[in-house]
Structure formats: C-alpha cells, structure tokens
Design a protein around this ligand. Structure first.
Ligand SMILES: [Zn+2]
Length: 299
C-alpha cells in the first residue's frame, strides 16, 4: 500500500505536469468512491500538495471558456508550471487516496487511454490535450472533490496528525498521543493520529531503527524521541529512493521504487537482524503483519 514516500514521489512528478492546466472533461467509474471526479471539470490546477497519504490537487474555478487570466500558447506540454498560478487561491480540492493499488499517470494524448480499461476508475482531460488517469485494481482507493480545506466528508483526512517534518511532530507529542490511546505503539502509528503518512512498512522500519517494541502500549521519553527521529529518517530515505515497491506500487511514470532493497525489518521475519544477528520475529498484531527484533526492540 502506498505510504507517504510513495505518494510524495508521485506528487513531485505530477505537480510540474498539472499546475496551470484546466480540466475540460472527466469520467468516473460508477461507484461512490470515484464518482466525484467530474466535479473538477471547469477548474484550473493551482497546486499539487500532499497530506499524509492523500494527494491534494488544489483547484480554482475557471472564469469561463474565454475569461480567466491565462493566455493561449504560453505553456508548452509538460513544460514548467504556469507563472502566477500559485498566487491564486484554490476554491476546491481534488482529493485522491491511492488505497492499495491506485495508480495515477499523465498521458500525452487521449489515444486509447480513455477506452475503458477494466481497472480504469477515472480520467480527466486537460486543456492541452493530455489526460490524467487513475487506475485501481482492488478499488480501495478514493476520489473526492471538496470545497478548499473542507474535509468533513473525509474524516480520516480531517483527523490526521502532524506531518513528520512539521515542527509540531515532537517526541513529546508522539509520547502523549501514543500513551493517551492505550493502544499498541504500532497500531497507534497506523492510525495516522500521532503522525501522518506512516503505514505498515515504514512503521516496522521506524520501530526497528528506534529500538521500540511494536507491542508496547507506552512510550518512554527517550523511546519517543528516538522513534520521532526514526520516523522522519525512514520516510525521508523512502522518498530519496523513489518509494518502496513490494507488489503494485509504481510512480507516475510507471517506474518501481528502489527502497525495497534497503529494508531492515519489514517482511524479514525469520531472517537475521541486520544490527545484532538475532532471528527477527513475525506476528499479526491488531490484524497487521508485524516484524521486530526481540533483542534490539526489548519489551
Ligand atoms: Zn537486532
């Protein structure tokens, strides 16, 4: 499942390709999870942001087919972002959650991309002829168009904890958030409340790196400080390596990440710990597969 580094990789690819473009047509698979996609028609992309594992495409309603402050011919296909667009306030947001198997891609022309591939869930055609597509085999993804900053209809997004690089994400914040919930530390991390963007892979990696037992229900001050640093490190390194591809994840160019070759803990139960040589343990914790080192992550 795409986590923060995978979504951030896609965001960085999509932003220069979409900002300044207007959505002229759209289609959605008939499901409540995707059918808001056409609500983006008639809007211009002013920014592509990310919050946790959500991609947020800021939209501004076009003044009309001939109004607006954009002039024809001043933008090349795939070229740099339209100047001045960032200064314009968004009126709505296209929210995309990739779920487990969601893929976004920009195609140079309509060609046959809008001929309905069995896993195509939405497409948006742009005023320069290109097309943004969303494929999702397993259909755990989600598309919504909401008024700017209004996430009432998306309670998980509305309740996200701080971004890992936000200064609000301190060791003390992490300790209080985990300890107040009385859940296992691993489960608390996956809830997105202590910090946004961590899923199963990066949770196991961060807990291993911090030497914190995923089954514990309380964090010490020292453990919280180490875990805070470890969460930041593993997510940054994941971004630096283009994300982690285990099965389905590819970026907006269809390329796999390389971070899967760097994992120390996730998915390595039964193998030797890279730090101490102990055999890593695996178990299902609160319905999620979990791997840890009984020596490096003592109870
Ligand atoms: Zn170890």
């Amino acid at each position: 499942m795409p986590e923060l580094p995978e979504v951030e990789t896609i965001r960085r690819q999509l932003a220069p390709r979409l900002v300044g473009c207007s959505v002229t047509e759209a289609w959605a698979f008939p499901s409540a999870k995707f059918d808001q996609a056409p609500a983006a028609i008639g809007s211009q992309v002013v920014e592509v942001r990310r919050r946790g594992k959500y991609l947020l495409v800021d939209l501004r309603r076009d003044g009309g087919p001939t109004a607006g402050d954009r002039t024809a011919g001043d933008r090349t296909v795939g070229g740099p972002a339209h100047e001045g667009v960032h200064d314009r306030p968004a009126t709505s947001e296209l929210v995309v959650h990739l779920g487990m198997t969601g893929r976004l891609a920009v195609h140079e022309g309509r060609g046959d991309v809008v001929d309905h591939h069995p896993h195509l869930r939405a497409w948006w055609s742009l005023d320069d002829g290109r097309v943004l597509t969303f494929h999702d085999t397993r259909r755990f993804g989600r598309i919504a168009v909401v008024p700017a900053g209004r996430y009432d209809a998306l309670p998980t997004l509305a309740a996200l904890g701080p971004e890992p690089d936000d200064e609000a994400f301190t060791g003390e914040h992490l300790r209080r958030s985990v300890n107040a919930g009385r859940r296992r530390i691993k489960t608390a991390l996956l809830s997105q409340r202590p910090v946004a963007g961590v899923g199963n892979i990066y949770a196991d990696e961060a807990l291993w790196r911090a030497g914190v037992d995923p089954r514990a229900r309380r964090l010490t001050r020292a453990g919280a400080d180490r875990l805070r640093d470890a969460v930041r490190e593993v997510l940054r390194e994941g971004i630096d390596h283009g994300g982690t591809t285990l099965r389905d994840y590819v970026d907006a160019d269809g390329a796999t990440g390389t971070n899967q070759h760097r994992l120390d803990c996730y998915g390595r139960a039964g193998q030797e710990c890279h730090r101490c040589g102990t055999t890593l343990r695996g178990a299902v914790l609160d319905a999620r597969s979990t791997t840890w080192c009984p020596t490096c992550q003592p109870r």
